[in-house]
Design a protein around this ligand. Structure first.
Ligand code: CA
Length: 474
């Protein structure tokens, strides 16, 4: 029944009894039925809305998974996501370090526009991600989802910038950059302090293995919320140092050389925890109606706390902190059985900021009226076809250094220019190879040779692109 029908009936001057009956009995009944049907339809629609799980790993190298080419690691559960979903080969993090990478993914904006250009403090009482940003959990919450943060945060350590202040209904984990996985004390510098929280209150779980606890929390959240669509951000703090893999995996890798041995044990421990989560998804009958996204926050670490690097970017140059490919090109996967292709590979240029509009589109959440000004673009067309165009002709990065010669990069098509490059994978210590590093990735994917002197016009053009982008931020 159309809305206008009522007006026609009520505007009639002579109403006979059957018409009166129709107006006062049939219409209300029809309206009531319509209402019931539409409410039921809404409930059904709501039930059918897919759940979202984002598994965001920490300092996992570009190829540290069998599906990406590692031959010395055991990673069946991560590989299963590639087998049952889509694997990306040119997927970038928006930053080569923890906080800005997370801020960009959760806000759909470059770290500069999200207000988190560098790592935020791991000290209680210091704010992080500006609260005026509308994060992905906030838009899912508005759409009727139950939202959870599990694991690492590293985006602010004040009540309003901790997860419950930024759109998460539930939060379990640590607020700073890294912890010891048994004592849950901050593991970077002193003063040594405890860092484990549930919904904004400090909790103590002395001696309990944090990776296992995260997997249990994830299962328990899904058990409680299986009837309502949920959005879960599992910021798993592995394989970030300290390297604390379980003894079973340390034994498996005992013959690998250091530091790969300890890193490998931690990667397989992480894989086992991911397997536990995926098992819970299956046990609860949620497999078909749950989108699982997987991504590393940036490249592997070559810091001394990680034994100067057990991770691998394969042939790619660079690591964590570097804008060479090994710092920002990351393993990334998405699975949604029956809805997106299984076992396929996508080579298009895609970026972590794309998850926000992509997941919103897949879940039927309309962002058009929200004036969000995202840098991310929906990659639903890329999911559907290996032939679809990349939505990013150009993307920009800037990292570290403040206003004093920060490292920056711009990729335009297959060309990439890095300004003030830092090579954190250089043998013998971190290197600074010149002022500019220009490369055509189609010809030199491992960024072996700077060709800026051979292509002065392109160099000039791309420096200008960067400068225009910086101007656009102000
Ligand atoms: Ca990290």
């Amino acid at each position: 029944m159309k809305k206008g029908d009522n007006i026609v009936f009520f505007s009639g001057k002579k109403l006979n009894q059957s018409l009166v009956n129709f107006v006062f009995k049939v219409i209300p009944l029809a309206l009531a039925l319509t209402f019931t049907v539409s409410v039921q339809a809404e409930l059904i629609l709501e039930k059918k809305r897919p759940n979202v799980i984002i598994i965001y790993t920490d300092d996992q190298g570009s190829i540290d998974m069998n599906a990406y080419g590692a031959t010395d690691l055991v990673t069946p559960h991560m590989d299963s996501l590639a087998k049952d979903g889509i694997r990306f080969t040119q997927f970038y993090s928006a930053a080569p370090v923890c906080s800005p990478s997370r801020a960009a993914m959760l806000s759909g904006k470059t770290p500069q526009r999200a207000g988190v250009p560098g790592n935020v403090s791991s000290m209680e009482g210091v704010p992080g991600m500006p609260t005026e940003q509308v994060l992905m959990p906030e838009i899912f919450k508005r759409a009727g989802y139950r939202t959870a943060h599990i694991g690492k945060w590293h985006l602010g350590y004040t009540p309003e910038t901790m997860p419950n202040g930024q759109g998460f209904d539930e939060s379990y984990g640590h607020m700073g950059g890294c912890i010891d996985n048994y004592s849950h004390f901050f593991y970077w510098n002193g003063p040594n302090r405890h860092d484990l929280w549930r919904n904004g209150s400090e909790i103590w779980e002395d001696g309990q293995y944090f990776p296992q606890r995260m997997a249990e929390e994830a299962r328990s959240f899904m058990e409680k919320n299986g009837d309502q669509p949920f959005f879960m951000y599992w910021a798993i703090n592995l394989p970030h140092y300290p390297m604390q893999g379980i003894s079973k995996w340390r034994e498996v890798y005992r013959d690998l050389p250091e530091p790969r041995r300890q890193y490998a044990a931690f990667v397989s421990t992480m894989d086992e925890m991911i397997g536990s989560l995926l098992g819970a998804v299956d046990d609860l009958g949620l497999r078909e109606n749950t989108i699982v996204v997987f991504q590393s926050d940036h490249g592997h670490s070559t810091e001394v706390r990680g034994f100067s690097g057990g991770g691998s970017a394969g042939g790619l140059r660079g690591a964590k902190f570097s804008l060479f490919e090994g710092g920002i090109r990351v393993p990334a996967l998405i699975r949604w059985p029956g809805h997106i292709p299984a076992g396929e590979v996508r080579d298009q240029f895609t970026v972590s900021v794309d998850w926000y509009p992509t997941l919103a589109e897949l879940c039927g959440i309309d962002l058009d009226q929200m004036n969000l000004k995202l840098d991310g673009k929906s990659i639903v067309s890329v999911l559907n076809s290996a032939e679809a165009c990349t939505p990013h002709e150009t993307f920009h990065w800037q990292s570290g250094g403040g206003n004093n010669n920060p490292q920056w990069a711009v990729r335009n098509g297959s060309w990439k220019l890095i300004g003030n490059p830092i090579d954190t994978s250089a043998p013998g210590g971190w290197g600074r190879p010149g002022k500019f590093f220009l490369v055509n990735l189609a010809e030199d994917p491992n960024e072996t040779t700077d060709v800026s002197e051979m292509h002065p016009n392109r160099l000039r053009q791309m420096v200008q692109m960067h400068s225009n982008w910086i101007d656009s931020l102000e």
